[in-house]
Design a binder for this molecule. Structure first.
Ligand SMILES: [Zn+2]
Ligand SMILES: [Zn+2]
Length: 371
């Protein structure tokens, strides 16, 4: 079968022949890939030559944001059948630690996990993919056009879900409302694909949502944000640490930009008892590593204001299911709006441009494997 492979040693990105994967166990599912999303991580790994090929290979099939149609299921599979739309989760556990052994490799403790399409296992830019049923999530027929967005949304669901559980656990008043976020101020830093999906999840929970970035107000990303009732703050005219002076203290910050200088500046915007989840991963090559901060000011603010700061990465099947629930609610409330997030679709033979550079008019570009 055809697949898009990347050889990090030679920085070689091409269409190659890979053996078509076959079902070899009763709990396996085979998908014919329909769409694979392109994200910043893919481009970064390609630019920096950093993806880690499977054992014994010099190259790796790239791509992790996926959706396909089930073409075959092993005899023991009950959650999907041939003809269903489905997506695979990304992380595969180490097999040694408790989280991995209870289906939560996103919380792996040894670090010996693998991520499909990123490190150690082939990804989904291929005609077919096979994996175990525990990693497959059925996608409702009606969400077909946006199913490829479920993986990035699952990352958002994990970050926001964890934030809510942490607030419920520590704030005496949080449990008085089933939705702590209702009427709260939330700031999303970086309105790329993940940031906009976070804004969507926060809006669905009733928060007043502000997106912070450095793009023109007329850009497609800002328009998407305004379309769900969010507000835009142009970081070129308002310094990140001054945002609270304009809109008031922020109850929840979701950092999805991965810009270290910005990340430290946002501590200043938080309200008392505020929560700050960091989901962007900075690249030293792109953003530089060193940042000057007033450590005494920062740490005493953290203590005096009961601030909670934590990082969140990857996702598990439950987060994909939460993403499906939110997409259904979003489609009901803003019909067709999620679909506008997919700003370009490319035939798989057209892979090179989209995987090596970012279009300013892009929110999410998708590679098409089949209709
Ligand atoms: Zn991604
Ligand atoms: Zn593990």
């Amino acid at each position: 079968m055809k697949a898009i492979t990347f050889d990090p040693g030679r920085k070689d990105l091409k269409i190659a022949e890979r053996p078509e994967p076959r079902i070899t166990r009763p709990d396996e599912v085979k998908l014919r890939m329909l769409k694979v999303g392109v994200c910043g991580t893919d481009r970064e790994r390609i630019a920096e030559g950093k993806a880690k090929p499977p054992k014994g290979f010099k190259d790796i099939v790239i791509g992790h944001e996926n959706m396909g149609v089930v073409v075959e299921a092993g005899g023991g599979v009950t959650s999907v059948k041939a003809g269903d739309l489905a997506a695979f989760t990304i992380r595969r556990g180490c097999g040694e630690c408790t989280p991995c052994n209870v289906g939560r490799p996103d919380m792996c403790r040894t670090g010996n996990y693998m991520d499909r399409g990123l490190s150690g296992i082939d990804g989904f830019n291929a005609e077919y993919a096979v994996d175990r049923e525990e990693y497959v999530v059925k996608v409702p027929e009606g969400l077909g056009p946006i199913g490829v967005l479920l993986e990035p949304m699952s990352v958002v669901e994990k970050a926001i879900g964890e934030s809510m559980r942490l607030q419920f656990a520590r704030l005496p008043d949080a449990l008085s409302s089933p939705d702590w976020l209702y009427g709260k101020k939330a700031l999303v830093a970086g309105i790329g694909n993940i940031g906009l999906l976070a804004a969507l999840a926060l809006r669905l929970r009733g928060a007043e949502v502000y997106g912070l970035d450095i793009v023109e107000s007329a850009s497609v990303r800002v328009r998407w944000l305004l379309g769900i009732g969010g507000y835009y703050i142009d970081g070129r005219s308002v310094k990140p640490e001054k945002v609270d002076e304009v809109i008031g203290p922020i109850d929840m910050v979701v950092e999805a930009a991965g810009v270290p200088g910005l990340e430290f500046g946002l501590f200043d915007t938080l309200a008392r008892d505020g929560i700050y989840v960091v989901a962007g991963i900075p690249s030293e090559e792109v953003h530089g590593g060193k940042v000057a901060v007033n450590g005494a000011e920062l740490m005493s603010r953290l203590v005096r204001m009961n601030l909670l700061v934590f990082g969140s990465v990857s996702s598990a099947p439950g987060h994909f299911r939460a993403a499906i629930d939110d997409f259904i609610r979003a489609e009901y409330r803003w019909k067709g709006h999620l679909g506008k997030m997919i700003t370009a679709e490319f035939d798989y033979t057209d892979f090179k441009g989209v995987l090596t550079r970012k279009d300013e008019k892009e929110i999410k570009s998708v590679i098409k494997w089949a209709a």
